[in-house]
Write a protein that binds this ligand. Structure first.
Ligand code: KIV
Ligand code: ZN
Length: 498
């Protein structure tokens, strides 16, 4: 029989601790609601004693999000627990997550204490938290480096004091998967009252082993996993939600399931990336831009014959519209033919051979071979192909204490049109002006600006992904002026479907 693994999302707590990723209360509510739609079981949404802003966010999320358990973090300190209990007042289902460091370095250097005193403080914190809520989770910070025999004594004591979930964090991301799995197994086999609680994994990714450690924890008895969207979190991050959920879903040989609605995964990934201004690495498993992009000729041919040749996950299962057959110098005839068919052009084998030769010459010199290039190669609709939209003029006004405004002139089909718009920044203003000129519903799905080197005089590369009538189109540009690069990339994407 399959067993449920509870998904404890800590994007809003461990994830939000990352410098530069701080969210305001409105943004936190938006993300918490999106996590509710994703159907996570528990949302850890803050550390209320740490700041009035964090406290208020926990209050507002408690009022606005009703399905998942709402959890607040504390140290094993009464004033922290008081703050958490107050902040959780309005939550329909609430949990206090309290704990203390249990490894020798933590006991000695952080607390200047000893093992017995730490157990006493842990037990007192759990008992105190139980006065406010029935659902108390305990974390043994740095459990990854805590000796197993002592950890088992701590776990037994906090369960006796009333905790129902015990979190075993590999705080420093130091454990190997077998070591972490053995730790969980040791606790399952040596804590006499372990049947009264569930063990939770909480792994950090310092050595790139967070997902493997989490999986090893599940295989050895853990039934809750603490994860973040896109794996964001302290230093190298936390275990990523999408990886664990999709492993349990894809590997039918593993007898576990989660309640996560996987079709919401990509949407949540984009939301976290946008709100936290944290780009997702293109090759990130499950949610990276290239996660479902096939570029080598052999792979493309295989995928076009049958997706299962190289795809272990259906992109639609995680909310991605379709896989991408990228055209590069390594693409084969099958990929090229696929793109021509997509454009409604049927080529004979001879025509395809001829087009392929020309395509290879072009692909060697041009990174991004677009639809217009393909049309030019086969000489079809040459005029149509040249009917690109071009950015003729751009002027933005922005700066501190001024409303960002942009004026854009486009050459659309030989006609010059102009629009002006305001926005929450120069790029928003310029995109809005472009949208005014293009009479179609365009949704910006992805917007990524990257510096090529490190200097402030650098060239900015901009990738834009837009959605029009259910299809995704990519645009790219590079310029020392990132606003111009952004608008050019946007126009590049639009020109692919106009
Ligand atoms: O990594 C860690 O140990 C933590 C605890 C506070 C749960 O985030
Ligand atoms: Zn952590």
């Amino acid at each position: 029989m399959e067993q449920k693994v509870y998904i404890f999302d800590t994007t809003l707590r461990d994830g939000e601790q990352v410098p530069g990723c701080q969210l305001n209360t409105i943004e936190k509510i938006e993300l918490a609601k999106s996590l509710e739609l994703l159907k996570v079981d528990i949302i850890e949404c803050g550390f209320p004693v740490s700041s009035p802003g964090d406290f208020q966010s926990v209050v507002e999320i408690s009022k606005n999000v009703t399905e998942p358990v709402i959890c607040a973090l504390t140290r094993a300190v009464e004033k922290d627990i008081d703050a958490a209990a107050d902040a959780l007042h309005f939550a329909r289902r609430k949990r206090i997550h309290t704990g203390i460091g249990t490894s020798d370095p933590h006991i000695k250097y952080k607390f200047n204490s000893n093992r017995e005193e730490i157990i006493e403080r842990a037990v007192n914190a759990v008992r105190y938290a139980r006065k406010f809520v029935d659902d108390v989770e305990f974390y043994a910070e740095d459990a990854g480096r805590t000796e197993n025999e002592y950890l088992a004594r701590v776990v037994e004591a906090v369960i006796k004091a009333g905790t129902t979930v015990v979190n075993i964090p590999d705080t420093t991301g130091y454990c190997t998967p077998w070591e972490y799995g053995e730790k969980i197994r040791f606790l399952m086999e040596n804590v006499p009252n372990i049947d009264k609680a569930i063990l939770s994994t909480h792994c950090h990714n310092d050595l790139g082993m967070a997902t493997a450690n989490t999986l090893s924890g599940i295989m050895n008895g853990a039934r809750q996993v603490e994860v973040t969207i896109n794996g964001i979190g302290e230093r190298a991050g936390n275990t990523s939600l999408e990886e664990v959920v999709m492993i349990l879903r894809s590997r039918k040989d593993l007898p576990f399931y989660t309640d996560v609605d996987t079709k919401q995964i990509y949407k949540n990934s984009r939301l976290v990336s946008t709100l936290m201004r944290m780009p997702v690495q293109p090759n990130k498993a499950i949610v990276g831009r290239n996660a479902f992009a096939h570029s080598s000729g052999i792979h493309q041919d295989g995928v076009l014959k049958n997706k299962e040749s190289y795809e272990i996950i259906n992109p639609m299962d995680v909310g991605v519209n379709d896989s991408v057959i990228a055209l590069t110098a390594r693409s084969g005839r099958a990929a090229l033919n696929h793109h021509y068919q997509r454009l409604g052009i049927e080529l004979t084998p001879e025509e395809l051979d001829h087009a392929y030769e020309k395509f290879l010459l072009l692909a060697d010199t041009k990174k991004d071979v677009n639809d217009s290039d393909l049309l030019i190669i086969v000489g079809v609709n040459r005029n149509e192909a040249q009917r690109k939209i071009r950015l003729k003029f751009l002027q933005v006004i922005c700066g501190k204490n001024s409303v960002p405004m942009a004026t854009v002139k486009l050459n659309i089909d030989g006609e010059i049109c102009q629009a002006t718009a305001s926005g929450n920044g120069p790029i928003d203003a310029a995109f809005t002006a472009v949208k005014k000129l293009i009479n179609r519903k365009i949704i910006v799905e992805e917007f990524l600006v990257q510096a090529i080197t490190r200097g402030c005089n650098d060239v900015g590369k901009v990738h834009v992904q837009v959605e029009n009538r259910g299809h995704l189109y990519y645009g790219f540009s590079a310029n020392t002026d990132i606003v111009t690069a952004s608008v050019e990339a946007f126009v590049d994407a639009i020109s692919k479907f106009i």
